[in-house]
Design a protein around this ligand. Structure first.
Ligand SMILES: C[S@@+](CC[C@H](N)C(=O)[O-])C[C@H]1O[C@@H](n2cnc3c(N)ncnc32)[C@H](O)[C@@H]1O
Length: 217
């Protein structure tokens, strides 16, 4: 389990309910059976993983949060609980079944889900009318992606983040963490033991260019 204590400060009460949980579990499992390598997991992420990952987010400095591979919305609903009232959550998933489920079950005006690939994040953010993303969280199965696609996603994520923003990954293997370490200016890592299976957490930080940092000092 990550040693981080959750500092998420919810702006809204948690939503959901047992019925949504059952429906989402069934849709997630069906998504796995149809596209095993794209979904790459039989069960969604645990609450400990979600809270551990989001603990480093400064919600007061979050206008645009981007989520790759939301699946049935395991992280999505928690992000919306924490997001400021004028913030925006833009989710991107390649699976039309998941996109349709999220559109039907999350009628939050701050939430938009796009059917597409994380490789196109720069265009998708531009088309949403925002100059950059403050945070990106990725639920993508990085080790199942072709290497050039995985590298393209990490590079596009770096490009679209503001200075001080973070690219966050959780994955059963170390691929996402290693790609993030190679591209980002600074990295924090953790381990979520209470997850099926346990997973590796990573936060890649985009820092101000050295010149801008010196000028600011
Ligand atoms: C392991 S599931 C993660 C689900 C959920 N975020 C969770 O933590 O329980 C991986 C998700 O990534 C999506 N996906 C796979 N490749 C993608 C890509 N290139 N761009 C966007 N989503 C993708 C799949 O459709 C699936 O919803």
């Amino acid at each position: 389990m990550t040693s981080e204590k959750s500092s998420a400060s919810p702006h809204r009460p948690p939503r959901g309910g047992f019925l949504r949980f059952l429906r989402s579990a069934a849709i997630f499992f069906r998504g796995f059976l149809e596209h095993p390598s794209m979904v790459a997991s039989v069960v969604p992420s645990s609450q400990a993983t979600i809270d551990g990952m989001l603990a480093k987010v400064d919600w007061d400095r979050c206008e645009l949060f981007v989520e790759y591979g939301p699946g049935v919305g395991t992280f999505t609903t928690r992000i919306l609980d924490c997001l400021p009232p004028d913030g925006k959550l833009l989710a991107i998933d390649t699976n039309p079944r998941f996109v349709d489920f999220l559109r039907k079950t999350i009628p939050d005006p701050r939430f938009e889900v796009v059917l597409g690939s994380a490789t196109d994040v720069e265009r998708i953010v531009r088309e949403s009318g925002e100059p950059h993303a403050d945070y990106i969280i990725s639920g993508l199965p990085f080790s199942s992606l072709p290497e050039d696609v995985a590298q393209q996603i990490v590079a596009a994520s770096y490009a679209v983040l503001r200075d001080g923003g973070a690219f966050m990954t959780y994955q059963f293997r170390t691929t996402a963490r290693d790609l993030t370490a190679a591209r980002f200016d600074r990295i924090d890592t953790g381990l979520a033991l209470f997850n099926v299976p346990p997973c590796v957490l990573a936060w890649g930080w985009k820092e101000k260019p050295a010149a801008a940092r010196e000028a600011a000092e």
